[in-house]
Design a protein around this ligand. Structure first.
Ligand SMILES: Cc1cc2nc3c(=O)[nH]c(=O)nc-3n(C[C@H](O)[C@H](O)[C@H](O)COP(=O)(O)O)c2cc1C
Length: 210
């Protein structure tokens, strides 16, 4: 199947059957998220992988009782940095220098520019910026899941404060942004499985400037 066929196959699965996704597929989905581009390469988020049925049961009621929370195989939680700190910025710049094995003045000037602006900004603004980056990784995870023939449900329908509490995210300087149960569709129970995908036309979506 071509990638576009797989993207047509995927849908926001409403019912899953509890079947476990093999570890190599989970790894591939997470790797796609890790490889996502992010603003300044800061990767300002972490991914929590909830396998525990007990923890999923705790999350379900604060996620509109959506059945996929407990019937999925793994629940991925994309948790964004609560703000940008000098430590967090320096960590990624130092990591770049270490991995590439050299220092570059332009890159160091860019580091200084971020250090002189991001940490001073309002934490909420920083969290929103970090959460946008988490969404890029989330999107890559959705695509990778489809590529692997694994179903996924993108979910914003949950109480982020309650989820932060359940997973102890705030103490770690993180806030949940969006969640992604992955698993396998329960074909006979899912009202959405056979419905035609609805998208606006390319003409309505795209304006070409010649
Ligand atoms: C950020 C985001 C949040 C969403 N939240 C939910 C949700 O809480 N529950 C749900 O069933 N679907 C949720 N969806 C699924 C969308 O409704 C769905 O992707 C959209 O209607 C397009 O349908 P398709 O994904 O099946 O092609 C969400 C999708 C996105 C991208």
């Amino acid at each position: 199947m071509e990638l576009l066929d797989k993207l047509k196959w995927r849908y926001a699965t409403k019912a899953m059957n509890g079947k476990v996704v093999p570890q190599e597929k989970v790894d591939a989905i997470i790797e796609a998220a890790r490889l996502a581009p992010t603003s300044s390469g800061l990767q300002p988020f972490e991914i929590y992988v909830v396998k525990s049925q007990e923890v999923k049961e705790k999350i379900k009621p604060i996620a509109w009782n959506q059945s996929v929370i407990t019937d999925c195989s793994h629940l991925l939680v994309f948790a964004a940095w609560d703000t940008y700190t000098p430590e967090r910025i320096n960590y990624m710049f130092d990591l770049t220098n270490e991995i590439r094995g050299f220092k570059n003045q332009g890159w160091e000037d860019y580091r200084k520019m971020l250090l002189d602006s991001y940490p001073q900004r309002d934490a909420e603004e920083n969290f929103n910026h970090a959460a946008k980056q988490a969404y890029i990784a989330f999107s890559q995870a959705i695509t990778a899941a489809a590529f692997e023939g694994v179903d996924a449900t993108p979910i914003e329908g949950f109480d982020p404060n309650a989820l932060d509490e359940i997973l102890g995210l705030r103490e770690k300087g993180l806030r949940s942004a969006v969640i992604l149960p992955i698993g396998y569709r329960a074909e006979t129970e899912d009202w959405l499985v056979n419905l035609v995908k609805v998208r606006k036309s390319t003409e309505d979506l795209v304006t070409v400037i010649e």
